[in-house]
Every structure is written in C-alpha cells, then in structure tokens.
Design a binder for this molecule. Structure first.
Ligand code: 0PR
Length: 368
C-alpha cells in the first residue's frame, strides 16, 4: 500500500497507461468474450453498487435477475426453469455438478462422464467436489461419442455432461442421444452451453440442445460471451425450478436466511447489463448478430481454403479451426491453438467482416 495517496490525475494517468498496454480488440481473434454492447455498459454503470449476495437490500436488482432467468427459460423452452446468475461458465459447471452430487448423496464414490472436449472448468469442478471424471472420446467430427459415453456409465455415475458449442471446435454434442442415455440410467444431465446458448437458438436451423430435449436437467449459458454483456455474467438454469434448494446453506444474518449460490457477494451490474442487451435487441436483433457472426465464420473458412489452409472441422457455431503452420500467422493478430495444434479463430461480434478480410489479406500474403 502506498504510504500517502496520489492525486487523481496521477492515478488516472497511471491507469490509462496500463490500459493502453492491453491489446486492441481489432486484433483479438482468440477470445470468447467481446466488447460489451453499449446498453450493457450503461446498465452496468447504473447498478455498480448492487450486491445480489444480500438480495433483500436490492429487491429491484433481484427482480432483474429473476427476469434474466425467465428470459433464458423461455428461450430454452422451459419458461418455468429455475436458476441464478453466476460469474460465468466455470461457476455454473461447478454448481451443476455440486447439485448432481447433492441429489445422489447415497453414492460414496461418485463419477461423472464428460466429453474429451469438455472445458477445463470440469477438471476444477471434479477436483473441488471429489468426483472421478471419466472422459468419453469424440467421434471424427469432434463430437462426444454417445455410444462410448454410455459404456462408461456404472452404478456410481451421478451425472452426464454434453457441450453445446465446444470451446475448441465449436461443435454441438449429440444432446438428444445423450439425453436418452441419461434417462435410461436416471442420470443428471448437464448441458454446457456457456458459448452456444446464445448462438444456437438464433441459427437458421437451431439444433435441439435445451429443455426441449427430454432428460436435460440443467444448462449453463454465459451472457458475457455471445450475450455481449459486461464481465462477469453467466447463468445456471435448472428444469425444475426449486431443485437448487438442495444446495441451500444457512445465512442467518442476511436478508435471506438460506442461499444456494457459490459466491457470497455477487454483482448485480452485469446482470442488469445482460438483461439490457437481451431486451434491447430482442430475438430479431440477437438473430441478426448471430447471422452476421456465422456468415463471417463461413467467409473466413472459404477465404482460408483458397490459400490452401484447410478447415479442421465444419463448426456448428462461430468457431473456425484450421490446419495451419504456426509460423505463418502474422502479427499483431492474436489467434489461439487447440490441443490438437489447429489454428482457432472465434468470430465474435467485434470480429467484423472488415477484420476478417484484413486478416485474410495478411495471412494470404504470408502464404504467397
Ligand atoms: N464452458 C465452455 C464451453 C467454455 O467455452 C468456457 C470458457 C467455459 C465453460 C468457462 O467459462 P468462464 O471462463 O466464463 O468461466 N471458454 C473460453 C476459454 O476458456 C473463455 C475465454 C474467454 C478464454 C476469453 C479466453 C478469452 O480471451 O477458452
């Protein structure tokens, strides 16, 4: 801590200098986050001091969280779904497995089955919760092999996880087949739609991944990814509105006497931000955003292939992957690389057609 404070001007000059060292979004092609929508920023600023950890003090903000969950419930074909706003996909996934475990406390050595492509947050969840994580292999198109997943089920299995919009390849796992397996074995079935939840419903041909599929127990979706909200905002939804109460612990001196959330203090600001974007854009506006991102993804894939850089997969959502030599990607572009060493680009809303063309021009030159 500084002994004596510094002037506001000195302070903000210092902060601005540090901020100027951050990368310009114009060149960020690797991120699943984006520049927040202007209405999200405005709403966020309005709710800066709100704390959903003690909701009785902020009943208005609490109503917004309820509304946000209702919006997602309706979008995911279960208007009565329960849920709450988390800090993102990691917390939603941890809480989903925590819930699955709480519902099967009779099982002493519980295991969960996740696809090999599952986000690393499941590793964290299993560590914290003391669960054995069984990885089901993928089929050649990078989707979870439902048959192989079924073979991993035994009497200690408490949950099955499918991903709708995988982090690395943008694929949707065979949710309907997995749901069937979950129903056969009476398993908790969590769908990680942290990324795809705000993409798939707006596709030309939406792939069933949500509560319309019988057997889906819970869904993770992140407004701070394709929902263009401010960070941090995720949501965990449950088909049964009250099932989260099995995680309740006593919170005697708060305005609510029990809580099932993981975080204590929880920001209301990004929740207001997330709802602001949804209500400002509506279904039609969100569909336009997703249509643009998907078109840009297709343009990127077509452009790369004309340079002899083949796609690694044909994605269901706006994540494009390629077989490409690392040395040939010019700076200052920021791309990412999958575990299987494929070049990965996420066509987020800030990655406009103009940025795609600029990237194609640069990589085309480096391939000439
Ligand atoms: N589930 C899926 C399918 C994800 O893709 C992610 C994150 C999570 C869960 C976890 O979400 P939180 O990070 O919100 O807890 N996917 C990205 C990733 O790890 C997140 C990300 C975002 C990474 C921006 C980099 C970046 O610049 O790749």
């Amino acid at each position: 801590m500084l002994n004596k404070g510094i002037s506001e001007e000195e302070l903000f000059t210092f902060l601005a200098d540090r901020k100027s060292e951050d990368l310009d979004h114009d060149f960020i092609l690797s991120s699943m986050c984006t520049v927040p929508h202007s209405v999200a920023v405005r709403a966020h600023c309005m709710f800066m001091e709100t704390n959903l950890g003690d909701p009785g003090l902020f009943p208005g903000t609490m109503a917004l969280e309820k509304l946000l969950i209702n919006r997602f419930g309706s979008l995911f074909h279960c208007p009565d779904a329960g849920g709450y706003a988390t800090s993102g996909g990691t917390e939603s996934n941890i809480q989903a497995l925590r819930l699955a475990k709480a519902l099967r406390h009779d099982i002493r050595k519980p295991n969960v089955i996740v696809p090999e492509s599952a986000h690393f947050s499941f590793r964290k969840a299993c560590d914290i919760l003391g669960l054995e994580m069984r990885k089901a292999p993928l089929t050649r198109d990078y989707r979870m092999d439902a048959g192989a997943a079924g073979e991993l089920v035994d009497r200690n299995t408490i949950a099955l996880v499918g991903v709708a919009g995988t982090t690395e390849y943008g694929m949707v796992d065979p949710i309907a087949d997995l749901a069937k397996i979950a129903r056969q074995h009476d398993l908790f079935f969590h769908v990680d739609a942290a990324f795809g939840g705000m993409v798939i419903p707006f596709l030309k041909k939406p792939i069933p991944f949500d509560f319309s599929v019988k057997g889906v127990t819970s869904i993770a979706v992140d407004p701070h990814k394709m929902g263009m909200s401010t960070i941090p905002c995720g949501c965990l939804l449950t088909r049964e509105p009250d099932v989260l109460n099995s995680l309740n612990i006593d919170t005697p001196y708060l305005t609510v006497k029990q809580e099932y959330t993981l975080a204590g203090t929880r920001p209301g600001a990004p929740v207001a931000g997330a709802l602001a974007v949804m209500d400002y854009l509506g279904f039609a506006g969100m569909k336009a955003v997703v249509t643009g991102c998907m078109k840009n993804t297709q343009r990127l894939i077509a452009g790369m292939e004309t340079f002899g850089i083949p796609r690694a997969a044909t994605p269901d959502v706006n994540v494009a992957t390629f077989t490409c030599d690392k040395a040939r990607v010019p700076g200052p572009w920021k791309v990412s690389w999958t575990c299987r060493k494929h070049l990965r680009i996420v066509c987020m809303p800030h990655v406009t057609l103009g940025r795609i063309e600029a990237f194609l021009k640069d990589i085309g030159e480096s391939h000439a």
